[in-house]
Design a protein. Structure first.
Length: 483
């Protein structure tokens, strides 16, 4: 439904003196004449003192500051990345506290709980790896002992049916560097620990490699494989568990990623003894999405979503705060809820969904899409996953289904008019995919800065640019009201 409500020109507060001519230029700008309701005037304490130079450089700056004060972003995101929430991993106390915080913010903003989400919660079931203690790996070479560092030197690989999550082992090892001898275990003397170099397995998928290993009657008990998939000196953690169908894979093998440095050390230590300990169970649990709404009088509406789960605690004194991924998206979604609450088209419905279980396989959005509590023909969806990146990355605007292309093109045109650097994508790696598969018109917004992605270094200080976040929030706000 096209919004019928024209904006009236907002009155400006500017503490420094600004000439009447400058104000007239700003007010006549087309941005302020967009078809949307008049924004709420915020408390002066939240506002920024603007100069005439600011307004010439960015005519939207007053509007942005009134709708999306940076201080509000900072307060929300600092809570989401706090040690108290401990990485927001599903099934943990930190994830539950994150749910409670988001629900509390929805109540504070004045959102209602939908009929299909009692007390703002929409439950669903998921399978995921649950870590119970620190994963350990060490090497003994004669009298010399090497203790390896989790996350930097190695990490466990458990989220597949061929992987065993619980166990310990000690023994000697064989290194395979020849891509033509990946499974020749019998001729190697049936080694119990096998190490694959990156050269040996380049171009081979995990499913193909480990699927063949599992079939062998001479398969080893432990597999280590070299991987360069690291950011900021850490392995990229991924608990993606969509391919897991068993909760107790006693027939699997212990599998670990290891760094190039560790491979080189092992090559220089052919008589060494490796030791391992892993305690990661594959559990089935019930958790929830968090959903609030603004109830309009019509049947059409908008959904704005962002996932709030992340990778949790590493049990080695570190945790993964997930500032960019995706405390930034939840922060932006809540800021949009607060702005839209004051400027909503009374004939429209607005839903704000904090999805859970995205990192583990888009469980929360898949559950929502399967239930379809909202008519896909009447709602447009906007998914926010990693925005406000401090790195020099453009805003990726993604759509994966034909019904979403027109909205994607509209978003690209608006972003260009607002001088936001973007690129068009058909990538399907976030919660927009289940929504599109269910028939919803959906676009997703991402700034994929991989420098600290899925590591303990994804902090507010390293990853977040609040002015960019403000710009993206204002852009999505404009897009919502210019349907």
């Amino acid at each position: 439904m096209k919004n019928k409500y024209k904006a009236t020109r907002i009155g400006f507060w500017i503490i420094s003196s600004v000439s009447i001519a400058i104000i007239a230029i700003v007010l006549s700008n087309g941005v302020l004449n967009a078809q949307r309701p008049n924004p709420v005037v915020l408390e002066t304490s939240e506002q920024e003192i603007l100069t005439s130079e600011d307004l010439v450089e960015d005519p939207d700056k007053v509007q942005k500051e009134m709708l999306f004060p940076v201080g509000r972003f900072e307060k929300t995101i600092q809570k989401l990345v706090s040690s108290e929430l401990d990485g927001r991993y599903p099934g943990t106390e930190g994830n539950t506290q994150a749910m409670d915080y988001i629900r509390g913010e929805m109540v504070r903003i004045g959102l209602d709980a939908p009929s299909f989400a009692e007390n703002y919660l929409m439950p669903f079931e998921m399978i995921l790896p649950m870590k119970h203690s620190a994963t350990e790996m060490s090497l003994a070479v004669g009298e010399r002992q090497y203790a390896f560092t989790f996350g930097e030197d190695f990490n466990e690989f458990v989220a597949r049916d061929f992987a065993r999550g619980i166990g310990s082992f000690e023994g000697r090892f064989k290194i395979i560097d020849d891509p033509n001898s990946l499974y020749d275990f019998e001729n190697m003397g049936d080694p119990e620990i096998v190490i694959y170099t990156e050269n040996a397995i380049s171009g081979v998928s995990y499913e193909a490699l480990f699927g063949e290993i599992i079939k062998s009657d001479h398969r080893p008990k432990v597999i280590l494989y070299e991987s360069s998939q690291q950011n900021s000196g850490y392995f990229v953690l991924s608990p993606f568990s969509r391919f897991v169908t068993t909760n107790d894979n006693v027939d699997g093998v212990l599998i670990y990623r290891i760094s190039e440095e560790i491979v080189n050390l092992l090559k220089d230590s052919p008589d060494g003894v490796l030791s391992f300990k892993t305690e990661v169970s594959i559990d089935t649990l019930e958790t929830s999405n968090v959903i609030g709404m603004i109830d309009g009088t019509g049947e059409e509406g908008v959904v704005i979503s962002a996932h709030f789960d992340h990778l949790g605690n590493n049990f080695d004194g570190s945790y993964n705060p997930g500032a960019l991924d995706n405390a930034s998206g939840v922060t932006t979604m809540l800021a949009l809820a607060e702005a839209i609450k004051e400027t909503a088209d009374p004939e429209m419905d607005y839903y704000f969904i904090a999805f859970n279980g995205e990192e583990e396989g888009m469980y929360g959005s898949s559950s929502f899409a399967a239930e379809k509590p909202l008519d896909p023909l009447l709602f447009q969806c906007f998914n926010v996953d990693m925005v406000g990146a401090s790195g020099n990355v453009p805003l990726e605007i993604s759509a994966t289904a034909i019904q979403s292309v027109a909205l994607q093109e509209k978003a690209l045109l608006l972003a260009d008019a607002m001088r936001i650097e973007t690129f068009k994508s058909d990538k399907g790696s976030s919660d927009h995919v289940p929504l599109e598969n269910a028939g919803y018109v959906t676009v997703s917004f991402t700034e994929l800065d991989k420098r600290f992605y899925h590591t303990p270094k994804d902090t507010v200080e390293n990853s977040i640019d609040f002015i960019k976040m403000q710009n993206v929030a204002y852009f999505i706000y404009r897009l919502v009201f210019e349907r």
